[in-house]
Design a protein around this ligand. Structure first.
Ligand code: DGJ
Length: 482
């Protein structure tokens, strides 16, 4: 036994000796002489590391942190992390008594209870007065021309508030024009039941056109609600939400898909309409339960190969379904995949960058805002993974409420690869026609202030970041930058 031990020990000594000999590390001499080449490598590494850090973080006045990852310099400004130190929720004892009453005095009302009440202090911060409206004919000084002001009333070229809620944008390559379609909610808000969802009658789908994404011309209601026929899907007391339009080059038709429902959200279907022109009028074709399933919030996504897909919240918003449209975009093939299973998500907005598919969704809390989630997938049909809350900047409350808004669409900026506009609705449930738009820059691949999921020390996906800005604009010449 003693011999065995001594053999083993000799072996260990031999191995240690061997390792020393072959070691690439510097302290390989008995005297610990420092290797010059190691020192050189360490210095190079340190210099590169310091340079990298100085590129990504630069504190200015303590409120603004510049994040400059390796992107086009024209988009640096969009990636400034802008904090909102003055925006605070009122302390609990100062909270609106009506909001407290709704939830019982013991429960701390969440941020959105304040926001739901038109008389609250918070409400007036989130829904600035009409006098602060922006847009081409708002009468502001020229310094606000071209700037997006999330949450402010946004006027069209006629000076009327834009009515395009739950909307989406189509870029018509032939006309080199953007078309924004959305719900026209310019009617009276009412409740069918005392505790039911706030709603307005179906007025129709509005369309606006623009070349610069800031100045929008009203093109009219391109799909109208039905006034007489109570059995029609679009009869005024039903629900038409989240219309999205894509162009089918094979049939030369503009195809609109939308969420169709009854006033109690039990029909849970999708509707389809078509037009030969982007500015309508659209002809309503039919509604259906996609793949035989209930379907509520939905969106369309057209891939680079011309294939289009429908995504929708299914099984009472518990799961999501995705499936390809037929070649004419008027129906669905039999193929369907369940995604985001048991995650209770809605308000999908899908986009693609560098061969990867991304999606932003919200949680399900009616008109009240909640925390957004970004998802990523190597293929449109999945598997989809969660990559964290994309909201950056502002403050904690803003980040946890998606800046008090809910996703509806993500618009690529083709001249700026990796840059998008995140489009969201700031719903005003006490007066839905006064719901506002929150448009913010979205970047794929930026650094951010919250960690994302890691695997063995390596991020699996690029970070998706939506940067808060009180006001911002697209970089000069954004269409031709690339
Ligand atoms: C949330 C959805 O995203 C909206 O489109 C709308 O259906 C509201 N719920 C109604 O409460």
């Amino acid at each position: 036994m003693a011999r065995l031990f001594s053999e083993v020990n000799k072996g260990r000594v031999r191995m240690r000796h061997k390792r020393r000999k072959s070691s690439p590390f510097p302290f390989n001499n008995a005297g610990g002489r420092f290797s010059v080449s190691f020192a050189v490598w360490i210095s190079v590494f340190l210099v590169l590391f310091i340079y990298f850090i100085s590129q990504i973080t630069e504190k200015t006045d303590g409120k603004l942190i510049r994040v400059h990852p390796n992107h086009l310099s024209v988009t640096y400004e969009l990636e400034d992390i802008e904090e909102e130190p003055n925006f605070r929720l009122p302390p609990p004892h100062k909270r609106n008594p009506r909001a407290v009453k709704r939830r019982g005095s013991k429960k701390k009302p969440p941020a959105y209870s304040e926001f739901l009440d038109e008389s609250s202090e918070l409400h007036s911060v989130l829904f600035p007065d009409r006098r602060l409206a922006v847009g081409p004919n708002a009468g502001n000084d020229s310094s606000s021309t071209g700037y997006f002001y999330p949450g402010h009333v946004w006027l069209d070229t006629d000076g009327n508030p834009i009515q395009a809620h739950g909307g989406g944008i189509l870029f018509d390559d032939r006309r080199k024009t953007y078309y924004w379609y959305g719900e026209n909610k310019d009617g009276t808000t009412y409740h069918t039941q005392p505790k039911g969802t706030a709603r307005v009658d179906i007025i129709g789908v509005s369309c606006y056109s623009s070349k610069n994404l800031w100045s929008w011309k009203y093109e009219g209601i391109v799909l109208r609600g039905e006034q007489q026929n109570v059995t029609h899907d679009l009869y005024k007391t039903n629900v038409l939400e989240r219309p999205k339009v894509i162009y089918n080059s094979k049939t030369n038709q503009y195809v609109m898909w939308m969420h169709i429902d009854d006033g109690n959200y039990t029909k849970a279907s999708v509707g389809v309409a078509v037009s030969k022109s982007p500015t309508g009028p659209f002809t309503y074709l039919y509604s259906m339960r996609p793949h035989g399933s209930d379907s509520r919030d939905m969106t369309l996504f057209e891939d680079d190969d011309g294939r289009a897909y429908l995504m929708y919240s299914a099984r009472d918003n518990v799961d999501f379904h995705i499936g390809p449209l037929t070649e004419d975009y008027l129906g669905l093939t039999g193929v369907m995949k369940k995604i985001l299973v048991r995650q209770h998500r809605e308000a999908p907005a899908v986009f693609k960058h560098g061969g990867t598919y991304y999606m932003i969704t919200s949680g399900c809390s009616g008109w009240a805002p909640n925390r957004a989630m970004a998802h990523a997938a190597p293929s449109i049909m999945g598997p989809w993974e969660n990559v964290g809350n994309p909201c950056v900047g502002g403050n904690r409350v803003l980040r946890l409420t998606t800046f008090f808004s809910q996703s509806t669409f993500v618009l690529p900026l083709p001249g700026l690869p990796g840059s998008f506009i995140f489009m969201a609705d700031r719903w005003n449930p006490s007066n839905l026609r006064d719901s506002r738009y929150v448009w913010l820059p979205l970047k794929v691949g930026s650094l951010a202030d919250e960690p994302m999921d890691y695997s063995f020390g390596f991020p699996l996906w690029s970070r998706v970041s939506i940067f808060w800005h009180k006001r911002w604009r697209l970089p000069e010449g954004w269409k031709n930058v690339n």
